[in-house]
Design a protein around this ligand. Sequence first.
Ligand code: UDP
Length: 235
Amino acid sequence: MKYKRILLKLSGEALMGDQQYGIDPSILQNYSQQIKELVDMRVEVAIVIGGGNIFRGVSGAATGIDRVQGDYMGMLATVINGMALQSALESAGVKTRLQTAIRMEQVAEPFIKRKADRHLEKGRVVIFGAGTGNPYFTTDTAATLKAIEINAEVILKGTRVDGIYNSDPEKDKNAVKFNSISFEEVYKKGLKIMDMTAFTLSQENKLPIIVFDMNKKGNLKKIIEGEDVGTLVTI
Ligand code: UDP
């Protein structure tokens, strides 16, 4: 096993599947099965999930909602997604805990690092909701921050594409994929993987990132087993 403790970042948008909004239950089921495979291998799995399928602060601001208010709405959206993922995982027989950066004791524990560690050691999947708890940040930054705090060895960023390309593969059929790339090269080439806050935080803390296609079943397991899947960003 290449990694013992990972942080999996799932985008909210991916949860929509082919829908325009909300959560596609078949995607949740697919993700839960893949995550279960890791838990069965005794990998310690922490998850940060986005909220873009429900609400984004920036889009809200365009419709007249105050940016800070919209960002808090976005953070609450990540909790809704976290609860949905938690249910799907529990239905698949995986033990979970949801911890949030904004207190809401009736539905989740507050984020407590030592508790998160303990849950992970016991084989529970820990989902972190409500991002960083601060407006003007993203769930990519929350994912990086949490990964560092819990000493995860890597961030696995699940996306719709199977890695990082020299240009957008959904638009350019000649786009070439990198198997691995350094943080420096990502800056030089102006590639967009995460927002700058998240990316710089990863680099400063020497936390590798793997960008991979989460919709392809078996990919997560392959990464844990050390296979070359997606693109590795490293120092
Ligand atoms: N958000 C925030 N602070 C955080 C994390 C998220 O304000 O620490 C808000 C922000 O408005 C963002 C929304 O929550 O647009 C949803 O998160 P994100 O866009 O990162 O989700 P994803 O793109 O992964 O679906």
